[in-house]
Design a binder for this molecule. Sequence first.
Ligand code: ACO
Length: 335
Amino acid sequence: MPKKAIGILGTGAYAPERILTNKDLEQMVETSDEWIVSRTGIKERRIAAQGDAASDLAVRAAERAISRAGLTPSQIELIICATVTPDMMFPSTACLIQAKLGIKNAPAFDLSAGCSGFTYALAVGAQLAQEAYRYVLVVGVDVLSKITDYTDRSTCVLFGDGAGAAVLGPVPEGYGILAAELGADGGGGDLLKLPAGGSLKPASVDSVGQGEHFIKMAGNEVFKFAVRIMDRAAGAVLEKAQLAPDDVAWFVPHQANVRIIQAAAARLEVPLERFFVNVDRYGNTSAASIAIALDELARSGELHHGQNVVTVGFGAGLTWAAVALRWWERGETHG
Ligand code: ACO
């Protein structure tokens, strides 16, 4: 895909301090730690402070990513924010991030692709970085706790809040983003949605009364779709990048449910150890999930210069996305 090599120069993440454990949820709905762990792999998730919006979490992650890229905010030339929980319908959260970072004039826009959002944004950001923008800030952020019904046990045990960011920019030839595979099936839109608050059903006493400002999900259907699509998307991006699963040091999957990750690993015939997993500590943070995982992997000491990485996810839309990249460690110039 790339004409000019574009890679990740730095990553950053932020997770709110407050931890909501499975034991806490046992006090809120008819559930158990045993059920949640065995069905999802989740042990705890983070919950944003009451006054914190998506842009607040995003800015903390972005500052870390920009600093790890060895840059200052004023050098960022484009901002893309993937989210389904923007601060408000408009202005875009990307514009709010721009203002909070004190960046002047850089174009900024939001991208909505559910949990696939960060990987979508990496693909779009890399294309635009090839065209016209030297340093691109890509953020994945969601504050799902604000749209989660904590009386609905089928959804409230799954979700958490967080933000992750990456700075894209020029890297030496042969490194950086090798290929992207994006997809959508709008016919599956009803399976995972926030029914009210948009132009179809503006907020009303009725919509609030009906609980239509909370996530509605056909969990089982989404699960089946996820298992089908994860290895297909990963397989497609590997083919585009001319890599085999064995060439990949790390798969960074969307962190929704450890059973979905296990199924993807089995279908790709890749040992689970090469799939980065942190869903136990964060739950499903939607557009932030892959971004947080990538940042944790980058800082773990387990990801090395020149290794191949595949990010792969699925989400509301329905959407799916995968990116294959060759990791470039800042300061290195050859493999
Ligand atoms: N505690 C205890 N029991 C529960 C809970 C709970 N928290 N939630 C559901 N149950 C019950 C159900 O009521 C059902 O009981 P029943 O058999 O008496 O009717 C039983 O457990 C089994 O329910 P299933 O829905 O069949 O359970 P399943 O194994 O499918 O797991 C889950 C449910 C975890 C939601 C799973 O379907 C899943 O992970 N789906 C994918 C969700 C996902 O990834 N969503 C994110 C998409 S990305 C985005 O854009 C946000």
